[in-house]
Design a protein around this ligand. Structure first.
Ligand code: CO
Ligand code: CO
Length: 320
């Protein structure tokens, strides 16, 4: 995610900067020529699982995701790491190996990086990719009538928080780890082949936060249908125990005013939609008349997709 840090930046001075701090999109985009633009992004975070190899792989998949979320294809990356000096070297090398193997799976070479010392481990990538400027996905590309498609289930935040508190089932940890390690590459490729214009990845700001960003950037209202939203198998169980990470409450505080819920939804159900997702799926807007074709193609390419709502005229987000 890229967030504005200052209002003093003047995008008019950089005509080749197609996407910068002035827009809420997932990566910066710099136009090279009419057919090619460079996509640049970075992300890093503290461990979300106990297994160092999986942690490295998840951090890498998450960093690369912002390039897929722009409709791009990553090709080059650098490691960024902050590691405690007393961390056993075999743990460090497992984190780095997890990242490197995930990058290789994506067709990305890690060409270097930088490590500093810190008390709590942090790891991620600086990633570069290419995108065709005419086939870019953005949060502002959603049109009324588009169907909203999600490519990974929700519940990563509650499940990993249960793991941190020692209350998670081993099976649930395996499930969430597998999903977080999964690249958004084939989903992004499908979106790009279809020439979709509206898309993002669902990460720290949750489905509703990122959904609201799309609604506001596109000038539409997003309607989600709760019963069609996919969740990890025990996300509801952990939500009822209120095992939410702090970010869920922050998301509700920031975005709650823009969301209206069906009164039949209980508080834990509403909160699950504010649950931060690490390395979550893509949220894509598919024109209604192309949905069937899109779903067929997704099945052929083994891209998991759920249709969870639609865009309509208006503003904000509604959950029915
Ligand atoms: Co990000
Ligand atoms: Co993102």
């Amino acid at each position: 995610m890229l967030r504005p840090v200052s209002d003093s930046f003047d995008p008019a001075g950089y005509p080749d900067l197609l996407v910068g701090m002035g827009s809420p999109d997932d990566a910066a985009v710099w136009k090279l020529d009419d057919r090619r633009a460079l996509v640049v992004t970075t992300d890093f975070f503290t461990p979300v699982v106990d297994d160092p190899y999986a942690y490295g792989a998840i951090a890498a998949a998450n960093s690369l995701s912002d390039i897929y979320a722009m409709g791009g294809k990553p090709f080059l990356a650098l490691n960024i790491a902050a590691l405690p000096p007393d961390l056993p070297p075999e743990i460090t090398s497992e984190i780095i190996r997890g990242g490197a193997e995930k990058a290789r799976e994506a067709g990305v070479v890690i060409a270097g990086g930088h490590t500093i010392q810190d008390t709590e481990p942090k790891y991620g990538l600086v990633a570069l990719g290419f995108v065709d400027p005419d086939r870019m996905l953005s949060k502002g590309g959603v049109r009324p009538g588009d169907r909203l498609v999600l490519t990974k289930p929700l519940g990563f935040g509650v499940t990993t928080t249960a793991l941190k508190r020692g209350t998670a089932d081993e099976e649930d940890v395996r499930e969430v780890t597998e999903w977080m390690m999964r690249l958004n590459a084939s989903a992004g490729q499908l979106a790009s082949d279809f020439g979709l214009s509206g898309g993002t990845d669902v990460t720290g700001f949750s489905l509703l936060g990122h959904g609201y960003e799309m609604a506001s950037a596109s000038g539409v209202k997003l309607v989600f249908r709760y019963d069609q939203i996919p969740f990890l198998q025990n996300a509801g169980h952990y939500a009822r125990q209120w095992t939410f990470p702090g970010g869920a409450a922050d998301n509700r505080l920031w975005f709650g005013q823009h969301v209206s819920f069906s009164p039949r939804l209980e508080e834990w159900q509403q909160m699950l939609l504010f649950d931060p997702q690490t390395s979550g799926g893509l949220l894509l807007a598919v024109p209604q008349d192309r949905l069937e074709d899109f779903l067929t193609r997704a099945k052929e390419r083994k891209v998991t997709v759920w249709v969870i709502g639609e865009a309509v005229p208006g503003q904000g987000v509604t959950v029915e």
